[in-house]
Design a protein around this ligand. Structure first.
Ligand SMILES: Nc1nc2c(ncn2[C@@H]2O[C@H](COP(=O)(O)OP(=O)(O)O)[C@@H](O)[C@H]2O)c(=O)[nH]1
Ligand SMILES: [Mg+2]
Length: 232
């Protein structure tokens, strides 16, 4: 059995060719599934062409911008329908650098969930504005305090799940469809007693393309944590 890397994209045409090249150059036992939400910049069509070059590259074309959490759900559904033992997620903007993938997979042998973490010794974030540091730190503190999450980086999208975690959690039942999907998923993992390990990573903010995080996503994340705290 091999691993599936779920890679959500929305307007990542400047990143996706180099990113797929770097990942496949690592020669890991990994398939990549791009989940593209009909990116206006043509990321989806670009990936269709790259598939001719890389047999282990796949794409799911979706009709419109359905959100990051919903993209993960589609990817997890695909992984469970196929024979993958580990399911990885990462951003397509090089913030999560491919060089950490071997360490993530290695730790994934011993832990049910591995997080590529900014907030453990050796980890960090570079090229961020002060505001972005404050938002990220506050989001983590807020989620950890209200939900009692033990992991240090609750909002990281760089992860490696064992198949059995997804089988037990039923990701389609997660209510968040945006960025807060990540917090909800982690909360449920810990609540079910799955083990969580963290690989220190230096997160570098994107150089190409634009961030899709918005005020609306931040408000939704605040509400999600309150819902989980008071309604479970
Ligand atoms: N398929 C899909 N991908 C998305 C969506 N929103 C963001 N992404 C992707 O999710 C990843 C993280 O988004 P990004 O804008 O970099 O967020 P940030 O790093 O928090 O600023 C990137 O690979 C984006 O292209 C969406 O609605 N649908
Ligand atoms: Mg990003």
């Amino acid at each position: 059995m091999s691993a599936l890397l779920v890679l959500p994209t929305y307007n990542e045409k400047e990143n996706i060719p180099n990113l797929t090249r770097e990942i496949f150059a690592l020669n890991l036992d990994i398939d990549i599934l791009v989940i593209d939400d009909n990116s206006p910049d043509g990321t989806g069509e670009l990936v269709d062409r790259l598939i001719e070059k890389y047999p282990r590259l796949k794409i799911l074309h979706r009709e419109g911008t359905l959100g990051l959490g919903s993209a993960y759900k589609s990817g997890f559904h695909y992984a469970l329908e196929h024979d993958y033992d580990h399911i990885l997620t990462m951003d397509a903007d090089f913030s999560h650098r491919p060089k950490y993938l071997p360490a993530m997979l290695d730790m994934g042998k011993d832990f049910d969930l591995v997080i590529g973490s900014r907030y453990v010794p050796g980890g960090g974030a570079q090229n961020w504005t002060i505001m972005r540091h404050i938002i990220s730190r506050s989001a983590n503190l807020y989620a950890k305090t209200l939900l009692g999450i033990k992991a240090n980086d609750c909002t990281a999208g760089f992860r490696c799940y064992k198949r059995r975690v997804l089988e037990a959690i039923h990701p389609e039942t997660i209510l968040s469809s945006g960025y807060s999907f990540l917090v909800e998923m982690l909360y449920r993992c810990e609540a079910k007693g799955f083990t969580v390990g963290e690989v220190p990573i230096i997160f570098i903010d994107r150089f190409a393309g634009k961030s899709k995080i918005s005020k609306n996503e931040i408000t939704k994340a605040i509400k999600t944590v309150l819902r989980l705290r008071f309604l479970g």
